[in-house]
Design a protein around this ligand. Structure first.
Ligand code: MAN
Length: 400
């Protein structure tokens, strides 16, 4: 039975999971302390609308075996979600690294031919910068501490997931995925499932597209948005005869990490880019914003759940409402998060204070949202579409 519970009553369950993780030697980082934010800058109370599953976290690193001997599953993150053959499926991001030995820091990369290679350094080497648990900087070069691949898990009830026999992991392939593949959105367009995911390599971070109709044969369409770009969510139907996608280029010198909208005749070639949502100084989404899963069609417009983060990397969820026929027109937006880290399993983990979603299912008014918590475990929550719509404020114009 799934029911809504106060996140704070979950402390014991989380502490047990936390204890299991640290006993098993997983790098459970300390809570990144940040001022408890109960009010935004206008003094409005935060309004978390989510009913978290009492079974949260529904998946932890201990639930999956490493893809090869010698590796450990460090974190489970940010699943894509879809229905297929009467089951709920998660395409989970599995982040692995070699079992660590004292005094050494090692991490994996893939060769362009798909061979796993391990780079190892002395942990006290002054050229090594380990301040961000997600990224290693060695002598001015950035690497990821873990290598991610994607794994399919299915469920009859949407709560208990397992890997079916004979399903193969989705690994990075080719020179644009040597640091792995991450955060896959699954959009169903007609009978085709379209997978848009982050491709990571020393060339940069971009968006790849693979498509399938049967989950056994895949067409690799290659990189559809070049670096630096991620958080690509496709609309599941055409508007005015064109496909649409959200994407998130980053422009470090001028501009920022904003949500953009693009059009395409064929899902592969994208143009007519428009910037539709900036990060907002002083708000919960002040440093970066990025789209979640495919937008939900409602009578009032396209509803898109997105993540917003502060400079301190506190990740919350909010929503945008877009015009049905002209989806570049933002009608309304969350002033305060619809969901923010507050349960213990969201506050502490590999990278605490993170709620990140790129997958959900919709049934009438009810959204079943799957999300990565603290970049460590997979969780789920219910949200009401009407409650989200009621919480939005009329949009202000994007800065010219
Ligand atoms: C990035 C994303 C996610 C991750 C968050 C929080 O923005 O790519 O993969 O969950 O950071 O660390």
């Amino acid at each position: 039975m799934i029911s809504a519970v106060s996140p704070f009553s979950k402390a014991c369950a989380f502490l047990k999971a936390y204890e299991r993780l640290s006993k098993a030697g997983y790098p459970v980082a300390k809570c990144r302390r940040e001022r408890s934010i109960l009010q935004n800058r206008k003094g409005l109370m935060m309004n978390d609308l989510a009913q978290r599953f009492e079974q949260n976290p529904i998946l932890t690193p201990l639930d999956l075996r490493p893809s090869v001997d010698g590796m450990e599953v460090t974190c489970l993150l940010n699943p894509g979600v879809f229905r297929y053959q009467d089951k709920t499926w998660l395409l989970v991001r599995v982040a692995e690294r070699p079992r660590q030995v004292p005094g050494k820091t090692s991490f994996p990369i893939l060769s362009p031919e798909g061979r796993l290679e391990v780079l190892e350094f002395d942990s006290d080497d002054p050229r090594l910068d380990l301040t961000d648990p997600r990224v290693i900087n060695f002598d001015g070069h950035d690497y990821l501490t873990t290598l991610s691949h994607l794994r399919l898990l299915s469920s009859d009830d949407g709560v208990h997931f397992a890997e079916p026999d004979q399903t193969l992991p989705f690994m990075g392939t080719g020179e644009l995925e040597t640091y792995g593949i991450e955060d896959c959105r699954v959009a169903k367009i007609g009978e085709t499932y379209c997978l848009t995911y982050t491709q990571v390599s020393s060339h940069g971070v971009g968006v790849g597209l693979r498509t399938t109709r049967n989950w056994t044969e895949f067409v690799h369409e290659g990189m559809i948005f070049p670096p630096h770009n991620k958080d690509c969510a496709l609309f599941e139907e055409k508007i005015g005869g064109r496909y649409y996608a959200f994407h998130r280029p980053s422009s470090p010198e001028l501009g920022g990490n904003y949500i953009w909208l693009a059009e395409s005749p064929d899902l592969v070639h994208w143009g007519r880019h428009r910037c539709i949502a900036h990060s907002r100084e002083g708000y919960w989404d002040s440093a970066r914003v990025g789209a979640g899963a495919a937008p939900i069609k409602t009578a009032e417009g396209w509803l898109e759940i997105y993540h917003g983060a502060t400079k301190e990397n506190r990740y919350c969820l909010g929503a945008l409402l877009l015009d049905l026929d002209e989806p570049w027109r933002v009608l309304a937006r969350s002033e305060t998060p619809i969901m923010e880290p507050q349960a213990p399993y969201e506050l502490e983990g590999f990278f605490g204070q993170v709620i990140f979603t790129n997958g959900h299912l919709v049934d009438g008014d009810r959204i079943t949202l799957y999300y990565g918590a603290a970049d460590s475990v997979i969780c789920a929550a219910y949200l009401s579409i009407q409650a989200i719509l009621d919480s939005l404020a009329p949009a202000r114009a994007v800065k010219p």
